[in-house]
Ligand binder design. Structure first.
Ligand SMILES: C[S@@+](CC[C@H](N)C(=O)[O-])C[C@H]1O[C@@H](n2cnc3c(N)ncnc32)[C@H](O)[C@@H]1O
Length: 256
Protein backbone atom coordinates (compact mmCIF):
# COMPACT_ATOMS: atom_id res chain seq x y z
CA UNK A 1 0.00 0.00 0.00
CA UNK A 2 1.19 3.46 -0.88
CA UNK A 3 1.25 5.99 1.95
CA UNK A 4 1.77 9.71 2.07
CA UNK A 5 1.89 10.32 5.78
CA UNK A 6 1.27 13.80 7.09
CA UNK A 7 2.86 12.33 10.21
CA UNK A 8 1.13 10.80 13.19
CA UNK A 9 -0.32 13.98 14.53
CA UNK A 10 -1.27 14.51 18.14
CA UNK A 11 -4.84 15.94 17.98
CA UNK A 12 -4.46 17.95 21.20
CA UNK A 13 -1.25 19.57 19.99
CA UNK A 14 -2.90 20.47 16.68
CA UNK A 15 -5.93 22.05 18.36
CA UNK A 16 -3.56 24.15 20.46
CA UNK A 17 -1.58 25.17 17.39
CA UNK A 18 -4.66 26.30 15.44
CA UNK A 19 -5.32 29.31 17.65
CA UNK A 20 -5.73 32.50 15.61
CA UNK A 21 -2.48 34.43 15.44
CA UNK A 22 -1.88 37.94 14.20
CA UNK A 23 0.02 36.63 11.21
CA UNK A 24 -2.88 34.45 10.05
CA UNK A 25 -4.22 36.15 6.93
CA UNK A 26 -7.28 33.95 6.32
CA UNK A 27 -10.74 35.38 6.83
CA UNK A 28 -11.87 35.02 10.49
CA UNK A 29 -15.01 33.04 9.58
CA UNK A 30 -12.96 30.42 7.76
CA UNK A 31 -10.52 30.13 10.66
CA UNK A 32 -13.53 29.61 12.93
CA UNK A 33 -14.91 26.82 10.74
CA UNK A 34 -11.57 25.06 10.67
CA UNK A 35 -11.15 25.49 14.41
CA UNK A 36 -14.66 24.10 15.04
CA UNK A 37 -13.79 20.95 13.08
CA UNK A 38 -10.42 20.61 14.78
CA UNK A 39 -12.19 20.76 18.16
CA UNK A 40 -14.80 18.23 16.97
CA UNK A 41 -12.14 15.73 15.92
CA UNK A 42 -9.93 16.62 18.87
CA UNK A 43 -12.50 15.15 21.27
CA UNK A 44 -15.23 17.80 21.79
CA UNK A 45 -17.62 15.61 19.80
CA UNK A 46 -21.05 17.03 19.00
CA UNK A 47 -21.83 14.91 15.91
CA UNK A 48 -22.18 11.18 16.71
CA UNK A 49 -20.51 10.07 13.45
CA UNK A 50 -17.36 12.16 13.88
CA UNK A 51 -15.35 9.49 15.65
CA UNK A 52 -17.15 6.45 14.22
CA UNK A 53 -14.88 4.06 12.39
CA UNK A 54 -17.73 2.38 10.49
CA UNK A 55 -18.39 3.85 7.04
CA UNK A 56 -21.48 6.03 6.57
CA UNK A 57 -24.64 3.95 6.95
CA UNK A 58 -25.91 5.58 3.72
CA UNK A 59 -22.81 4.61 1.76
CA UNK A 60 -23.12 1.00 2.91
CA UNK A 61 -26.79 0.99 1.85
CA UNK A 62 -25.86 2.43 -1.54
CA UNK A 63 -23.21 -0.26 -2.05
CA UNK A 64 -25.94 -2.93 -1.62
CA UNK A 65 -27.84 -1.51 -4.60
CA UNK A 66 -25.26 0.20 -6.77
CA UNK A 67 -21.82 -0.86 -8.01
CA UNK A 68 -19.25 1.86 -7.43
CA UNK A 69 -16.57 2.27 -10.11
CA UNK A 70 -12.91 1.32 -9.76
CA UNK A 71 -10.02 3.73 -10.25
CA UNK A 72 -9.36 7.11 -8.61
CA UNK A 73 -11.63 8.44 -5.88
CA UNK A 74 -11.79 11.78 -4.08
CA UNK A 75 -13.27 11.82 -0.55
CA UNK A 76 -14.37 15.44 -0.04
CA UNK A 77 -14.19 16.52 3.61
CA UNK A 78 -13.03 13.03 4.55
CA UNK A 79 -13.05 13.59 8.34
CA UNK A 80 -11.45 10.63 10.12
CA UNK A 81 -11.41 8.73 6.81
CA UNK A 82 -14.06 6.13 7.66
CA UNK A 83 -15.34 6.19 4.05
CA UNK A 84 -11.89 6.53 2.47
CA UNK A 85 -11.03 3.17 4.04
CA UNK A 86 -14.13 1.57 2.54
CA UNK A 87 -13.23 2.87 -0.93
CA UNK A 88 -9.56 1.89 -0.56
CA UNK A 89 -10.59 -1.57 0.60
CA UNK A 90 -12.60 -1.90 -2.59
CA UNK A 91 -9.32 -1.31 -4.46
CA UNK A 92 -9.65 2.38 -5.25
CA UNK A 93 -6.82 4.90 -5.11
CA UNK A 94 -8.29 7.46 -2.77
CA UNK A 95 -7.38 11.09 -2.25
CA UNK A 96 -8.76 12.04 1.15
CA UNK A 97 -9.09 15.81 1.41
CA UNK A 98 -9.99 17.92 4.44
CA UNK A 99 -9.00 21.29 5.95
CA UNK A 100 -8.90 19.87 9.49
CA UNK A 101 -5.41 18.78 10.44
CA UNK A 102 -6.86 16.94 13.40
CA UNK A 103 -9.21 14.88 11.20
CA UNK A 104 -6.38 14.01 8.82
CA UNK A 105 -4.22 13.07 11.82
CA UNK A 106 -6.92 10.62 12.95
CA UNK A 107 -7.00 9.12 9.46
CA UNK A 108 -3.26 8.59 9.17
CA UNK A 109 -2.92 7.24 12.71
CA UNK A 110 -5.83 4.80 12.33
CA UNK A 111 -5.04 1.12 12.31
CA UNK A 112 -7.25 0.89 9.19
CA UNK A 113 -4.71 3.10 7.43
CA UNK A 114 -2.08 0.44 7.83
CA UNK A 115 -4.25 -2.37 6.51
CA UNK A 116 -6.16 -0.79 3.57
CA UNK A 117 -5.78 -2.64 0.28
CA UNK A 118 -5.86 0.36 -2.03
CA UNK A 119 -3.91 3.57 -1.58
CA UNK A 120 -4.89 6.62 0.42
CA UNK A 121 -3.30 10.01 -0.17
CA UNK A 122 -4.22 12.70 2.33
CA UNK A 123 -4.41 16.34 1.37
CA UNK A 124 -4.94 19.31 3.66
CA UNK A 125 -6.95 21.69 1.50
CA UNK A 126 -9.87 24.08 1.82
CA UNK A 127 -12.36 22.89 -0.79
CA UNK A 128 -13.84 26.36 -1.10
CA UNK A 129 -10.65 27.04 -3.09
CA UNK A 130 -10.37 25.43 -6.51
CA UNK A 131 -9.63 21.71 -6.32
CA UNK A 132 -5.90 21.13 -7.00
CA UNK A 133 -6.37 18.46 -9.67
CA UNK A 134 -6.35 18.47 -13.44
CA UNK A 135 -9.56 18.13 -15.45
CA UNK A 136 -11.16 14.68 -15.83
CA UNK A 137 -9.04 13.06 -13.12
CA UNK A 138 -11.43 11.10 -10.87
CA UNK A 139 -13.74 8.13 -11.43
CA UNK A 140 -15.62 8.84 -8.22
CA UNK A 141 -16.10 11.77 -5.87
CA UNK A 142 -17.73 11.18 -2.50
CA UNK A 143 -19.41 13.96 -0.55
CA UNK A 144 -20.45 12.38 2.73
CA UNK A 145 -22.04 15.21 4.77
CA UNK A 146 -19.48 17.79 3.63
CA UNK A 147 -21.09 20.08 1.05
CA UNK A 148 -24.15 20.54 3.30
CA UNK A 149 -21.95 22.87 5.36
CA UNK A 150 -21.72 25.35 2.49
CA UNK A 151 -24.96 27.17 3.19
CA UNK A 152 -24.34 29.86 0.58
CA UNK A 153 -25.81 28.42 -2.61
CA UNK A 154 -23.29 30.27 -4.80
CA UNK A 155 -20.37 28.55 -3.02
CA UNK A 156 -22.09 25.14 -2.93
CA UNK A 157 -22.60 25.37 -6.70
CA UNK A 158 -19.04 26.55 -7.29
CA UNK A 159 -17.78 23.39 -5.53
CA UNK A 160 -20.19 21.23 -7.55
CA UNK A 161 -18.79 22.82 -10.73
CA UNK A 162 -15.26 22.03 -9.56
CA UNK A 163 -16.34 18.44 -8.93
CA UNK A 164 -17.71 18.28 -12.49
CA UNK A 165 -14.41 19.64 -13.81
CA UNK A 166 -12.21 17.05 -12.07
CA UNK A 167 -14.57 14.13 -12.77
CA UNK A 168 -13.95 11.97 -15.82
CA UNK A 169 -16.72 11.93 -18.43
CA UNK A 170 -17.95 8.64 -16.98
CA UNK A 171 -17.14 9.67 -13.39
CA UNK A 172 -19.74 9.65 -10.61
CA UNK A 173 -20.45 12.08 -7.80
CA UNK A 174 -21.98 10.38 -4.76
CA UNK A 175 -23.56 12.77 -2.27
CA UNK A 176 -25.12 12.01 1.10
CA UNK A 177 -27.63 14.69 2.11
CA UNK A 178 -29.44 15.50 5.34
CA UNK A 179 -32.87 16.24 3.90
CA UNK A 180 -35.45 18.78 5.02
CA UNK A 181 -37.42 16.19 7.06
CA UNK A 182 -34.55 15.22 9.35
CA UNK A 183 -36.04 15.57 12.84
CA UNK A 184 -32.84 16.58 14.64
CA UNK A 185 -32.26 19.54 12.34
CA UNK A 186 -35.99 20.39 12.11
CA UNK A 187 -35.67 21.34 15.79
CA UNK A 188 -32.82 23.66 14.84
CA UNK A 189 -34.10 25.61 11.82
CA UNK A 190 -32.43 29.01 11.59
CA UNK A 191 -34.19 30.21 8.43
CA UNK A 192 -36.29 28.81 5.64
CA UNK A 193 -35.16 29.14 2.04
CA UNK A 194 -36.76 28.67 -1.37
CA UNK A 195 -35.47 25.08 -1.45
CA UNK A 196 -35.76 24.01 2.22
CA UNK A 197 -34.01 25.45 5.26
CA UNK A 198 -30.69 26.24 6.92
CA UNK A 199 -30.16 24.82 10.40
CA UNK A 200 -27.95 26.16 13.15
CA UNK A 201 -26.69 23.85 15.89
CA UNK A 202 -25.58 25.69 19.05
CA UNK A 203 -23.82 22.49 20.15
CA UNK A 204 -21.05 23.22 17.64
CA UNK A 205 -21.93 26.55 15.97
CA UNK A 206 -22.31 24.82 12.60
CA UNK A 207 -24.92 25.63 9.97
CA UNK A 208 -26.22 23.16 7.43
CA UNK A 209 -28.23 23.26 4.24
CA UNK A 210 -31.32 21.01 4.00
CA UNK A 211 -33.52 20.33 0.98
CA UNK A 212 -35.83 17.70 -0.48
CA UNK A 213 -34.93 15.37 -3.34
CA UNK A 214 -37.06 17.50 -5.69
CA UNK A 215 -35.34 20.75 -4.67
CA UNK A 216 -31.91 19.12 -4.90
CA UNK A 217 -32.57 18.02 -8.47
CA UNK A 218 -34.06 21.38 -9.42
CA UNK A 219 -31.66 23.81 -7.70
CA UNK A 220 -28.36 22.00 -7.29
CA UNK A 221 -27.92 19.05 -9.62
CA UNK A 222 -29.40 20.62 -12.73
CA UNK A 223 -26.09 20.32 -14.63
CA UNK A 224 -25.80 16.61 -13.83
CA UNK A 225 -27.60 13.45 -14.93
CA UNK A 226 -29.20 11.49 -12.13
CA UNK A 227 -28.04 7.86 -11.96
CA UNK A 228 -29.80 6.78 -8.78
CA UNK A 229 -31.27 8.16 -5.60
CA UNK A 230 -31.87 6.34 -2.33
CA UNK A 231 -33.91 7.82 0.54
CA UNK A 232 -33.05 6.39 3.97
CA UNK A 233 -34.72 6.80 7.37
CA UNK A 234 -33.32 5.51 10.63
CA UNK A 235 -33.42 6.26 14.34
CA UNK A 236 -30.26 7.77 15.76
CA UNK A 237 -29.40 8.73 19.31
CA UNK A 238 -27.94 12.21 19.45
CA UNK A 239 -26.62 13.26 22.85
CA UNK A 240 -29.11 11.06 24.72
CA UNK A 241 -32.25 11.69 22.61
CA UNK A 242 -33.64 9.54 19.79
CA UNK A 243 -34.43 11.24 16.49
CA UNK A 244 -35.84 9.96 13.19
CA UNK A 245 -33.07 10.83 10.78
CA UNK A 246 -33.98 11.44 7.16
CA UNK A 247 -31.25 11.39 4.56
CA UNK A 248 -30.83 10.56 0.92
CA UNK A 249 -27.94 9.44 -1.24
CA UNK A 250 -27.67 10.59 -4.82
CA UNK A 251 -25.39 9.38 -7.58
CA UNK A 252 -25.01 11.89 -10.39
CA UNK A 253 -22.89 12.16 -13.51
CA UNK A 254 -21.84 15.11 -15.67
CA UNK A 255 -24.29 15.91 -18.45
CA UNK A 256 -22.71 15.07 -21.78
C1 LIG B 1 -19.71 16.10 8.98
S1 LIG B 1 -18.01 15.93 8.62
C2 LIG B 1 -18.07 14.53 7.52
C3 LIG B 1 -16.78 13.76 7.54
C4 LIG B 1 -16.77 12.51 6.66
N1 LIG B 1 -17.07 12.82 5.29
C5 LIG B 1 -17.73 11.48 7.21
O1 LIG B 1 -18.76 11.19 6.57
O2 LIG B 1 -17.46 10.98 8.31
C6 LIG B 1 -17.63 17.28 7.51
C7 LIG B 1 -16.17 17.33 7.13
O3 LIG B 1 -15.97 18.35 6.15
C8 LIG B 1 -14.76 19.03 6.45
N2 LIG B 1 -14.85 20.38 5.88
C9 LIG B 1 -15.75 21.34 6.18
N3 LIG B 1 -15.50 22.46 5.48
C10 LIG B 1 -14.40 22.20 4.71
C11 LIG B 1 -13.65 22.96 3.80
N4 LIG B 1 -13.97 24.23 3.51
N5 LIG B 1 -12.59 22.37 3.19
C12 LIG B 1 -12.25 21.10 3.47
N6 LIG B 1 -12.92 20.32 4.35
C13 LIG B 1 -13.98 20.87 4.97
C14 LIG B 1 -14.68 19.04 7.97
O4 LIG B 1 -13.37 19.26 8.45
C15 LIG B 1 -15.22 17.65 8.28
O5 LIG B 1 -14.18 16.70 8.31
Amino acid sequence: MQRYLDGNLDPAAIVASTAITQTDIRAPLKIDARRIWNKEYGGEVSIPSSLRSNPSHALLELCKHFKLPQGKALDLGCGNGRNSFLLANQGMDVTAIDFSEVALGLLTSSSNYLTSHGSITTLNHDIEENLPFEDSHFDLILDSYCLCHFTEVRIYKKILNECARVLKKTGLLVQIHLDNLDKYYLERVERTTEFGHVSYDPANNLKKLHYSVTSYLRYFAENFELQTILPIEFVDNVRGKNYVRSIFVSVIKKKT
